[in-house]
Ligand binder design. Structure first.
Ligand SMILES: [Zn+2]
Length: 339
């Protein structure tokens, strides 16, 4: 079957006054798209905190007649390091004001401590989901590396559902669309029929719902039975975006999405297929999230622990919510069976 990933990306005309370029990342996802909008000079997302990313930003801004020092506003689509990692450095040089989803402002402002606490939080929950402690050690090492590509940044303006981001000649309505992360924020330009959407919807890869502590978790941690992935939120968020009347979705990675409804329908269909597959594996006796991950993804379950566990746990949470499976804790490990 032919998919969008097989086709060369067609050149798409961006709305007047918006330019985009790619900033490299050291991650498997490849480069991240940032967007530059004038009046006031605004950068949407920043790239990770690497010298190469900074050099690319300087060069690409320079090619358009701007300097890092000229930035007046930095808008973040979500709190993953490939999107906000450089923000602190850019703010120190430019004095730009940072706009980000309010629910994540505390986390961004105290990044090192909060990210470390979150890592411990997630590790404990993954062990409860059957992750062998020796595999958890490797995951901790990988996670520590990823988290090094960012630093704290103070949020000056907390964005919330229904807010408006004003420019001289345009207005973006702010919507919270949790799913890929808990903080995913999209920006709707009604006049330009465009949605700036970060990783909420990507043309070439399906956005996974990444493991995280729930919004509002503090140092004390939260109840261990709470949801670990925002996949259930993502289903609702995709429905809301499906209903929107836009021509273009400007994404955090890869080309813009030109038919968001068709793409969302494809994503929903593959989610349904994966839910069925996972119920089948639970029925076959693979009782923990790690067992399911290992049988479906093989050695990737040991190497890309967070990616695989995010995917499996998210689907198990959906299935449990739908009453298709039941989870029971035995000796500190959560085991599922078909309802
Ligand atoms: Zn991303």
């Amino acid at each position: 079957m032919s998919t969008a990933a097989d086709q060369p990306a067609p050149a798409v005309q961006l709305p007047d006054g918006i330019v985009t370029f790619e900033v490299p990342t050291p991650f498997g996802v490849g480069p991240v798209n940032v967007y530059v909008v004038e009046g006031p000079l605004t950068l949407v997302d920043t790239g990770p905190a690497t010298a190469l990313a900074l050099e690319t930003l300087e060069r690409e801004l320079g090619a358009r007649g701007h300097r890092v020092e000229d930035l007046e506003r930095i808008v973040l689509t979500h709190h993953h390091v490939d999107h906000f990692g450089l923000a602190g450095q850019l703010v120190r040089r430019s004095g730009a004001e940072v706009h980000a989803f309010g629910g994540i402002a505390g986390w961004l402002g105290d990044y090192a401590a909060r990210a470390t606490a979150e890592m411990r939080f997630i590790e404990k929950r993954l062990i409860r989901h059957g992750l062998p402690p020796e595999v958890a050690l490797g995951a901790r090492a990988a996670d520590t590396l990823v988290r090094g590509y960012a630093e704290s940044v103070a949020v000056d303006h907390e964005l919330a559902e229904g807010g408006v981001l004003r420019f001289d000649d345009r207005e973006w309505q702010v919507h919270h669309r949790p799913g890929h992360s808990t903080s995913d924020t999209v920006f709707h330009d009604r006049a330009a029929r465009t949605l700036v959407a970060g990783d909420h919807l990507l043309a070439q890869v399906s956005s996974n719902a990444v493991l995280s502590e729930p919004l509002g978790t503090d140092e004390a941690g939260a109840d261990p039975t709470e949801r670990l992935t925002p996949l259930r939120d993502y289903a609702a968020s995709l429905d809301l975006t499906h209903a929107m009347d836009v021509d273009l979705v400007l994404a955090g990675h890869g080309p813009p999405v030109t038919d968001h409804r068709e793409l969302i329908e494809r994503r929903v269909a593959s989610r349904e297929k994966r839910l069925d597959r996972i119920v089948g594996e639970v029925a076959a006796g693979h009782a923990t999230a790690f067992d399911v991950g290992r049988v479906i993804w093989g050695r990737t379950a040991f190497v890309q622990v967070h990616l695989v566990m995010s995917e499996v746990i998210g689907h198990l949470e959906l299935l449990e919510g739908a009453g298709r499976i039941v989870g029971e804790e035995q000796d500190g490990v959560l085991r599922f069976r078909v309802a």
